[in-house]
Ligand binder design. Structure first.
Ligand code: GLN
Length: 492
């Protein structure tokens, strides 16, 4: 097996045993990027010198053949492991563009907490991955720079908005990656690229240094080749952060302890509202077969209802744009980012924002500003907040009966580049099964569960209650151990 194809935990074992060095591993991944990223276009910025420097630092900790144990009191599970970071997460001294012209030249003076934690855990940071502009999108086609291509079929999208991270993991251009998920942006690209994508509970992971899209929904998540790797990365980034007032001050259990393989007696809910006409039949068939597998493993399958599911899309497209319109007001051409000087202050605002933002971002700002404006606030924004509470109530009731809820991650497999760009509603529908998890503030994971007739990956979503990461990882791992979908690699 090529070094770039290793899972994070396989690489860990080889590094610790002294069978490979961090520099060899990093170089193998950088070579892989060189050979495939012309076609995949997962990265916006590469930092090879810094990466090799970090790899050398990891190797410097060698004693004899292997790596020395981490210093007392410091866990370094990622020492020497090459990781990619979505370009909406601040990295000190490294451009952070959010896939937008308006931040094209922005170099943050500080690291996001999640990046600081990666570094403290010894990770080798390879660079920044492509994203839909300000994470608004489901295909990475809304990046102001270029679209990313799906490594399983280069004519297709990798999903989005964390499409760069998902494609990089799938194509062997990193061993794991950070993404963000506001309405599905970790889980849906993971499904399209045939990898694991975990969106933690709102507040489980710090948002400090994550550039805000919709603050009540945004959460940093992880994209990996298998469930064990997701647990390892979650361990590194989870936990309270005094710099983020919404981060939860709750104990963080060791996520790898959830990987028992035993799900006997667990109750798995199947929401009847998630199996709708119009979804790709192969997706439904694969998820139903996966449910049978879970039953074979000893889980009890129970039908549940999430009756307000139909409202998730309209509620999300009021709340997310409303929050975005407020968050994006800061790009005024005065404080930082792009500045196009006009004849007056107002003209400077207009020129800067008019040229700095792409069409989808403008659409969201207009939708959001409208929903928040006097006279419409009660009818749209306030109403949406109330329905959001009903959607959360659906999950609260369901989780009284079941441990996890299983559904497709996306109604289809990866679509063609350009197929949905002219029709925003079609694009928005691609997240129909993932949005509710963010609205309810709970957690969810995508794992591979099959392929369609074109050879494109199909993803299954396992949803859990707030702080239920251990439970969803346990089910995901048991399924993964009983199947081999996660071992397939794209033909590229
Ligand atoms: N596709 C959804 C949107 O466009 C979700 C994006 C996300 O999770 N960042 O808003």
């Amino acid at each position: 097996m090529d070094l770039y194809d290793l899972t994070l935990h396989q690489a860990r074992a080889l590094l610790d045993a002294g069978e490979i060095s961090a520099v060899e591993l990093t170089q193998a991944v950088l070579d892989r990027i060189l050979s495939v990223d012309n076609a995949v276009k997962a990265y916006l910025t590469l930092t090879p010198e810094a990466a090799l420097e970090q790899a050398r630092a990891a190797d410097a900790a060698r004693v004899g053949a292997g790596l020395a144990p981490a210093p007392e009191g410091q866990a370094m599970p990622l020492r020497g492991i090459p990781i990619a970071v979505k370009d909406i997460i601040c990295t000190a001294g490294i451009p952070t563009t959010c896939g937008s012209r308006i931040l094209e030249d922005f170099i943050p003076p500080y690291d996001a907490t999640v990046v600081a934690r990666l570094k403290a855990a010894g990770a080798v940071i390879l660079g920044k991955t492509n994203t839909d502009e300000f994470a608004m999108g489901s295909s990475t086609e809304n990046s102001a720079f270029f679209p990313t291509h799906n490594p399983w079929d280069l004519d297709r999208v990798p999903g989005g908005s964390s499409g760069g991270s998902a494609a990089a993991v799938a194509a062997g251009e990193c061993l794991g990656a950070l993404g963000t998920d506001t309405g599905g942006s970790v889980r849906q690209p993971a499904a399209f690229c045939g990898i694991v994508g975990l969106k933690p509970t709102y507040g489980r992971v710090s948002r400090y240094g994550l550039i805000a899209f919709a603050s009540s929904l945004d959460q940093v998540g992880v994209l990996t080749r298998d469930v064990t790797d997701a647990a390892i990365l979650l361990n590194v980034i989870a936990g309270h952060d005094p710099l983020d007032s919404t981060s939860l001050d709750a104990p963080v259990p060791d996520a790898t302890a959830a990987l028992t393989g035993d799900i006997r007696g667990m109750r798995v809910g199947v929401p009847r509202e998630y199996f709708v006409p119009g979804m790709q039949p192969e997706v439904e068939a694969a998820v139903r077969a996966a449910l049978e597998k879970l039953a074979d493993l000893g889980a009890e399958i129970v039908e549940v209802s999430l009756p307000h599911t139909d409202y998730a899309l309209p509620v999300y497209y009021l709340i997310a744009p409303a929050e975005a319109s407020a968050n994006l007001a800061r790009y005024d051409g005065v404080r930082y980012g792009l500045r196009i000087l006009g004849n007056s202050l107002e003209d400077t605002y207009k020129q800067t924002r008019g040229r700095g933002f792409g069409p989808e971002v403008k659409r969201r700002i207009m939708l959001g500003t409208y929903a928040l404006s006097a006279g419409y606030y009660d009818a749209y924004y306030l109403k949406a907040q109330k329905v959001r509470t009903l959607i959360k109530g659906d999950f609260d009731r369901a989780f009284e009966q079941v441990d996890v809820i299983v559904a497709p991650t996306s109604p289809t497999t990866a679509f063609r580049i350009g197929e949905k760009t002219d029709d925003p509603i079609q694009m928005y529908l691609s997240d129909i099964f993932t949005l509710s998890v963010n609205l309810a503030g709970i957690c969810g994971i995508n794992i591979p569960c099959g392929f369609d007739a074109q050879g494109l990956p199909i993803g299954m979503q396992i949803m859990g209650p707030a702080l239920g990461e251990m439970t969803i990882l346990r089910v995901a791992y048991a399924y993964e151990q009983a199947t081999d979908w996660h071992t397939r690699r794209p033909p590229i």
